[in-house]
Design a binder for this molecule. Structure first.
Ligand SMILES: *Cc1c(COP(=O)(O)O)cnc(C)c1O
Length: 354
């Protein structure tokens, strides 16, 4: 079986080996050292400014999205969310659940982010912008430099879900002026699901976290930040995944984050060039390196998915909602190589000629 999904993805043998072993007890000096290494390598990989706080959570990416909203925003905020698909909608729903006044900049599945249209939100009193760096449901990549400038001009907090964009597209917390950045273990980190990583800017920590909110317990950032000073989580971590994360981040740190990103970019480029010869369509908007959405003019995405899965054990990423029959996504994260894409392209050719 070969996963061309966006998460969980094909894991590397070394990660499988670590995650398949007995987890150690974690209230130890050794585990504290490991957590401090993870903090250092993770913050370096996103070019975080001095004094950025690191939080390691035991949950999937959505838990990190919810925790960011619940820890950072209040009913006195006015949130603006870029809602270009199911992950943008998720941010809207989370904000609404926490009764945060929220406005959505909505994009249909064929719509490219439009800078002129977006600038209509300028000077309107919003206090925070929430965006999925890559809206994974459509593969659209947003311009974080542009959005970071927008936030700076409008004195807004910039909250970025980079669950699928981390290590696939460029994330630079300093240059892009990001206040809260979050990602999760099962995407480009290619680990088992269950760990989420969050970085919080010093200004958000000083202004919004230090005085902890009483209605959060498990997800209260101040407890994580306080305990992380000595390298400990407040509650039991997904210990095995943390060990595998330590190995992955050390490896990425050694090779350089841009080399890791380049690896994903090259795969995306290769598959997109192969897809040009197939009877499928690619969207016109700017694409993330994490995945390539392919659109089927005959609305047969479901049967293509089934064919590749049952005949060849090639697993693409199906889409939900209105894209169900139209789109499959081909992931570029995890332990894949060029030959995997040549094979996939030839089998796609085969099924589309039937
Ligand atoms: C995968 C993903 C998430 C996390 O989803 P979970 O199922 O909770 O892990 C969040 N945001 C984006 C943009 C994603 O791609």
């Amino acid at each position: 079986m070969k996963l061309f999904t966006v998460g969980p993805v094909e894991m590397y043998p070394v990660s499988l080996q670590i995650e398949g072993s007995q987890p150690p007890y974690f209230r130890t000096k050794e585990f504290s050292t490991l957590m401090l290494d993870i903090e250092r390598w993770f913050l370096k990989s996103i070019h975080a400014p001095e004094n950025t706080s690191f939080i390691g959570l035991t949950c999937s990416g959505t838990g990190a999205m919810e925790s960011a909203v619940a820890n950072v925003l209040t009913e006195n905020d006015r949130a603006l969310v870029i809602d270009g698909g199911s992950f943008g909608s998720r941010f809207v729903q989370i904000c609404e659940r926490f009764r945060i006044p929220t406005e959505a900049y909505h994009l249909g599945y064929n719509d490219a982010f439009n800078k002129e249209r977006f600038l209509e939100y300028e000077g309107k009193g919003y206090t925070a912008l929430l965006v999925n760096a890559c809206e994974t449901s459509t593969g659209q990549k947003y311009d974080l430099d542009f959005l970071g400038e927008f936030c700076k001009r409008n004195n807004m907090l910039f909250i970025v879900d980079a669950v699928s964009a981390y290590l696939a597209d460029e994330i630079d917390m300093s240059r892009q002026g990001i206040d809260v950045l979050l990602t999760a273990s099962q995407k480009a980190l290619a680990l088992a699901p269950g760990v989420a990583l969050v970085a919080v800017s010093d200004r958000v920590y000083q202004q919004r976290i230090k005085e902890s909110r009483s209605d959060l317990y498990y997800f209260d950032y101040s407890a994580y930040i306080e305990n992380q000073k000595r390298g400990q989580p407040p509650f039991t971590s997904a210990v095995s995944t943390m060990l595998a994360l330590h190995q992955r981040l050390e490896d990425i740190d050694r090779r350089g984050v841009s080399a890791e990103r380049e690896r994903h970019a090259k795969r995306a480029e290769l598959f997109r060039s192969l897809a040009r010869d197939l009877p499928v369509e690619l969207p016109q908007y700017s694409l993330s390196n994490s995945c390539t959405p392919i659109r089927f003019p005959k609305n047969n995405a479901g049967s293509v998915f089934d064919y590749l899965k049952s005949r060849y054990e090639l697993i693409l990423t199906p889409s939900g909602g209105e894209l169900k029959d139209i789109q499959l996504r081909v992931g570029h994260l995890g332990n894949l190589c060029d030959d995997d894409y040549y094979l996939l392209a030839s089998k796609l050719q085969e099924v589309l000629m039937l």
